[in-house]
Every structure is written in structure tokens, then in C-alpha cells.
Ligand binder design. Sequence first.
Ligand SMILES: N[C@@H](CCC(=O)N[C@@H](CS)C(=O)NCC(=O)O)C(=O)O
Length: 220
Amino acid sequence: MKDIRLVIGDKNYSSWSLCPWLLLQMFDLEFEEIQIALYQDDTAEKLGPYSPSLKVPALLHREITVWDSLAICEYVNEDLLRGRAWPASSRRRAAARSVSAEIHSEFPALKKHWPMNCKASIKLPLSEQIYNEVARIDAIWSCCRHRYGENGDYLFGRFSIADCMFAPTAVIFNSYQPELSAAAERYLQTLLGNPFLRKWIDEGRGEIARQPLLALARAS
Ligand SMILES: N[C@@H](CCC(=O)N[C@@H](CS)C(=O)NCC(=O)O)C(=O)O
């Protein structure tokens, strides 16, 4: 058994599982992937031994359990990476933490109507709420790239937890194709070009479908 185990859902659907999975991959931390199929009658029963919230992701490290994507990223950063997964300066770290928390806790319309589905590819009309939420994400991406991105192509230059937290958004935007500013589009393409994110998307596309492909998205 490996020292680090990450419990995830279907790669096709589980947006929050993607965040810590990408972090572990990007920082070359060896881990065992425990995958539990979502939306099945026995999903909660299978998650029970691993995740107190009965949700994914959950990280098991020796005798410690951490659940919730952002909490896992913080734990990995602190205990396994000696702080390397956030930007070095406190001003940048504050901004990176703020945008990560924002994507984690806000954007209710996108979360409800534009679910992650690696197999989906359809340009959807935007409701006013979706339009506003896409515009806010565009502003975050453009602003971070403009202010903090001089040392690389990621939000804060070099790869950080902020990029992990926006990776699901990149998959979602790749599926539903909203119009973005040039700077935001460039950042989207940076994320989509990440070899580990491409691997996740490919594996998600290869999984058995457990939800209708477009019905969820069309509700917007
Ligand atoms: N805030 C949590 C949300 C976790 C969450 O909603 N996970 C979904 C999959 S992405 C889940 O486990 N759904 C199963 C269920 O609700 O039964 C996090 O960021 O980890």
C-alpha cells in the first residue's frame, strides 16, 4: 500500500477530485488512486470507509484523513511540499488563496447548470447568471495573468494550487465553449495543454457513462 492514497470519483464527472489529483501529479508525489463510481446505489456505502462527508475527493496519508479538495491541497502543500504549491510572496499567496476559495465556494449557476463532463462538446447559450459568472472567471484569469504571471504561463506564473482549483473550470469551458477574452483564452489553452490534465480528460472520456451526456447542461 502506498503512503499517499487519493480517493476520487469518475474522472468524467468528478470536478473536485481533479484538483488534488493534478497537484499530486504536478509535484511528482507517488500515490495510489482509489476510484469509486459516483451516482450508484452503493456509492455512499463504498465511500464510507474513506470519507466522512461521503464525498470525493479524500486523501489518506498514514493515519491522517483529509476530505474536501481545497483542504487536501492545503495539507499536501504544508506537509508534503514544504509550501511549494503556493506562490512565494505573501501578496501573491493572498491573491492565489482568494481566487482558489472563490472558485471553490462561489459560482452557483455554473456548478448547477454546467457540470463537468469530459465527453461533452456543445456551445451552449448563456443565461444572464451564467454570463456573469463566466465574466467573473474571465476577470480573475486575466487579472492574475496580467499582475502575477510574468514567470510562466500559469495564473501566478509557475504552477500553483490556484491552477489545480481552476482545472475543472477549464474542462467545463472546453466542453461548453463560452466566449473569453484573449488573455483568459490563452490561460485556458495553457491548462488544457497540461499533460496531466489531458491524461485526466482522456481517461474520463474512456469511462462508462453514468449520466446523460447533455441533459444536465441543457437545463441552463
Ligand atoms: N466541497 C467538496 C465537494 C465535494 C463534492 O461535491 N464531490 C462530489 C463529486 S465532485 C461528490 O462526491 N458527489 C457524490 C455525492 O454527492 O453523492 C470538495 O471540494 O471536495
